[in-house]
Design a protein around this ligand. Structure first.
Ligand code: ATP
Length: 872
């Protein structure tokens, strides 16, 4: 007789591996030792008859000739069946994805593969032998793979797991059933335990590695502790974490790591357990929880050694300059290197370090010719060649610097930058994108949609663009938001054209056709054609490939065909084009299935490095999601969270973030996107402590009301109002004046916009308290109080005011008083012999006040009033 067994406390991978093994050993009995995980028990209670499994207590171990063990190699985990190990006449076969150890059962056949699930190993054998499997078997096996690979997301997942998941789905695996078993909610007890674990978590910095240790007690054995470990990891995002739960007579131990040099299987081995490099566990019987914790820390102290040293991280070809070199020249030196910094040397001394982003800022403000010494940082924190990467990370974080110089004695070896660290810790993020689109595939013709959606002139213009490109033997495409909005049926007259060919030559020709004008940006290969009258414009770009020299830096543009251009874009819904030139005008090019994402309401990034390449896309994702009431799909949200965790936005030029802030606050309903960003924890990139509090949310609604009133009042100055600036004021309302000023400077907002924001911050309190007074105020007093404040500041104050009286007075100012002007002019007075002088302004002001307060009306009365005051 043959028996197939697995470990006690079986999970789905164990159960599925047994079912799969029976395909390879037909006729063998399946025997479960001990108890099983709760979800497995629930599943078994319904399907026991179908899967035909027996429990160890019901099985005789006589006459067994072969024992097949799956999902473990340890005799102490297979209950009574351990008696068969080493017994004469019993052959042992093992199938397991856990790495081999010296404790393993000796077997006649031992199959090991580094996969996320043991089921995968067996499924591959079944597939190779061309065996048939039923949908029920396929479903149970899929449960095994999905459970042990976290639905194919754990770092232990391999290509083979994915291939076998696909094999099982094509054999009828029911993924609805799979997810209903895997996505189980935590019970109240488990939730309580999770909260205890979170509360008890201590972070230990051991040999520069941050390690989280959570330890608590529970009355009963915790069946599914690995699920809680997973939830804790999801919630807190630790690199290395250990969970210990003390029950009556033992300590349950779970370990997780995503650092290459922290192998938790070895650590679990110290307590008699085992597992994988990144996930492992043990049941500790000879220590209580505090002894186990002490033992763990001792072990970690002597065994965790980050093996990355400064000398291995150094950026090569470090540019150098002297303190008197001009900013622009140093910037060019940096741009020609593969780093973002230059070392400034004064003889043998290092005088400072200059950062590309600071030099860009200086150049944009017109200081390209100034000496570099005014723009470098003198804050230098040298490290030695063998300093660990983690110590460097701490220095960079605590001292707020972007890099540290590395010395061997007095000799400068180079610098280690934030990017070098990021590369060392997360090398996979920097792998080249895989799976470029293949072949040109047109999926739909949009000609009739174009005709229906646009005025005739616009459709003709698009055709003419196509004909012009044909004449020049170029290909032309409409791309991006214009195409997206056409498919959505949303009006958008911002035409973006991409040319396979020379965009500048094309732009010149197009401008000539329309007697318009054009500007171009050589570095980016882009241009804009302005049509006569100046109201309508078209942006033209050359197709670009997605070469990013450094993550989070401006892209360096190379020219390539349209598919490469689309691959460089942010989301699938923005990565569609339609053809304007050649045959097939209006053909939709949709290599990333953007149209189906539009239909399903999904925001999806094009590849896993998208947010590392350009973190501003985090803001864009939130903006588009909220504008269209779409949903950022889960994988893209994970990528965003990773980029947020890596603080990628820190490495982005503030001006680019500023543009995204403005875009978000210019949305029809900005609060929705702001809320989403707060959820993604990205408001901290505007200011570290910035939070979306209840009162900020209320202020946003009040700004909505103030703007609605302003629109309805149809005031003359309406066009001049920057809605986004008022919302920005609302967002920053709880920050101090100094903090708001810092944001204005850091993000380089336009001077006039900063002035409006700051004037409101400075005066709002005093102004509103004056305007809220109960007693009657004369129009001239209100005028005096509000004169000089921008409409944006006034509307923000209106929104901020808790009192109707103050709001009413601001409304009166905007609708009435601000329009009251004197009819008398300077020469009316000179004719009467009054000479201009300092008193002139004073008298005119008093006259205006009299007019505002309706004491005078006509020009004659104004003149008379003023003359009396000139004389008086
Ligand atoms: P909106 O309706 O807000 O103007 P849009 O999609 O037209 O939306 P733009 O900012 O005008 O947005 O950008 C035009 C196109 O350029 C986008 O549709 C997208 O294809 C591409 N794009 C813009 N910003 C990025 C970015 N950060 N990364 C990649 N592609 C981008």
């Amino acid at each position: 007789m043959e028996l197939i067994t697995t470990h006690a406390n079986a999970d789905f991978d164990a159960l599925a591996s047994m079912i799969a093994a029976r395909k390879l050993y037909p006729g063998a009995k399946l025997v479960l030792p001990g108890s099983q995980e709760r979800a497995v028990r629930e599943f078994m209670s319904l399907s026991e008859d179908l899967v035909k499994i027996e429990y160890e207590r019901d099985v005789s171990l006589e006459n067994v000739t072969r024992l097949i063990i799956v999902e473990t190699r340890l005799a102490n985990r297979i209950g009574r069946m351990a008696q068969l190990v080493g017994k004469k006449g019993v052959e042992v076969h093992i199938y397991d994805h856990h790495p081999r150890t010296s404790e393993d059962v000796k077997a006649e056949k031992d199959v090991y593969k580094k996969t996320g699930a043991t089921t995968t190993i067996l499924a591959e054998l079944i597939k190779r032998q061309g065996m048939k499997i039923t949908p029920l078997e396929a479903t149970i096996m899929a449960l095994g793979i999905y459970e042990d690979t976290g639905s194919l997301t754990f770092p232990t997942t391999t290509m083979l797991d994915i291939d076998m998941a696909s094999f099982l789905v094509s054999n009828g695996a029911d993924l609805n059933l799979v997810s209903s078993y895997l996505k189980r909610e935590l019970s109240d007890k488990e939730l309580k335990l999770l909260a205890q674990l979170i509360q008890s978590t201590e972070i230990h910095v051991i040999n520069s590695v941050h390690v989280a240790i959570a330890a608590t007690t529970s009355e009963d054995y915790v069946e599914d502790l690995s699920l809680l470990a997973h939830k804790l990891e999801e919630a807190e995002n630790y690199n290395v974490s250990f969970i210990m739960v003390q029950t009556k007579d033992k300590v349950q131990f779970i370990a997780r790591s995503n650092l290459p040099f922290v192998d938790v299987a070895r650590i679990a081995g110290v307590f008699g357990g085992g597992g994988h490099h990144s996930a492992a566990g043990a049941v500790i019987r000879d220590m209580n929880v505090s002894e186990a914790r002490k033992r763990l820390i001792e072990y970690l102290r002597s065994h965790i050694r980050p093996d990355i040293k400064a000398k291995e991280l150094i950026s090569s070809k470090l540019p150098e300059a002297t303190p008197d070199e001009p900013v622009r020249r140093v910037r060019d030196k940096i741009a020609g290197s593969n780093t973002e910094y230059a070392v400034i040397r004064d003889g043998n001394q290092i005088a400072g370090i200059a950062a590309l982003k600071d030099l860009d800022k200086a150049i944009s403000r017109g200081f390209g010719h100034s000496r570099i010494k005014g723009y470098m940082s003198g804050k230098i924190f040298p490290v030695k060649a063998d300093t660990s990467a983690y110590t460097i990370q701490d220095i960079i974080y605590e001292k707020g610097v972007g890099c540290v110089p590395v010395f061997d004695g007095a000799k400068l070896l180079g610098i280690v930058t934030r990017s070098d660290l990021l590369r060392a810790f997360h090398a996979r993020l920097f792998e080249k994108p895989r799976g470029k689109p293949s072949g040109r595939l047109y999926t739909l013709n949009l000609t009739s949609k174009i005709k229906r959606s646009f005025p005739k002139k616009m459709a003709e213009l698009l055709k003419l663009i196509g004909r012009t490109a044909d004449d020049m033997e170029f290909s032309a495409f409409a791309v991006g938001g214009f195409v997206r909005d056409l498919l959505l049926g949303v009006e958008n007259l911002d035409i973006d054209i991409v040319i396979e060919g020379n965009a500048i030559e094309f732009t010149k020709r197009l401008a000539k056709e329309f007697c318009g004008s054009y500007v171009y940006h050589k570095r980016f290969g882009t241009a804009t054609v302005f049509f006569p009258g100046g109201k309508f414009k078209i942006d033209v770009a050359m197709t670009r490939t997605e070469i990013y020299e450094r993550p989070a830096a401006l892209p360096t543009v190379k020219f390539g065909p349209i598919e490469n251009d689309l691959f460089r874009r942010d989301f699938t819904i923005n990565a569609m084009a339609f053809k304007l030139s050649g045959r097939g005008f209006g053909e939709l090019l949709d290599p990333f299935k953007g149209r189906s994402d539009l239909k399903e309401g999904r925001i999806r990034a094009l590849h896993d490095l998208s947010f590392v390449d350009d973190p501003t896309r985090i803001f864009r994702a939130g903006r588009f999601e909220q504008r269209f009431d779409f949903r950022i799909e889960p994988h893209t949200e994970d990528l965003i969270k990773k980029a947020v965790g890596l603080k990628m936005v820190d490495r982005t030029q503030k001006q680019r973030i500023r543009e995204e802030i403005i875009a978000i606050l210019s949305e029809e309903k900005p609060l929705k996107a702001v809320r989403r960003l707060a959820e993604l924890n990205e408001l901290r990139f505007i200011a570290p402590g910035l939070k979306l509090t209840k009162s900020t949310v209320n202020l946003f609604s009040s700004v909505d009301e103030a703007l609605a009133w302003y629109d309805a009042a149809r005031l003359k100055r309406r066009h001049g109002v920057n809605r986004w600036l008022i919302y920005l004021g609302a967002l920053l309302d709880e920050l101090s004046l100094a903090e708001a000023q810092k944001i204005c400077d850091e993000f380089v907002f336009m001077k006039a916009d900063c002035a409006k924001l700051i004037s409101c911050k400075k005066t709002a309190e005093k102004t509103l308290s004056f305007l809220s007074k109960k007693e009657k105020l004369k129009p001239s007093q209100i005028y005096d109080c509000l004169e000089g404040l921008s409409t944006e500041a006034l509307l923000l104050m209106m929104a901020k005011s808790a009192f109707q009286t103050a709001r009413r007075r601001i409304m009166d100012y905007l609708t009435k008083y601000v329009n009251i002007k004197l009819s008398v002019r300077g020469d009316d007075f000179t004719k009467k012999g009054i000479r201009p002088g300092p008193h002139f302004r004073q008298v005119l002001k008093r006259t205006l006040h009299a007019k505002l307060d309706s004491k005078i009306k006509t020009k004659a009365e104004e003149l008379d009033f003023a003359m009396r005051h000139f004389k008086g």
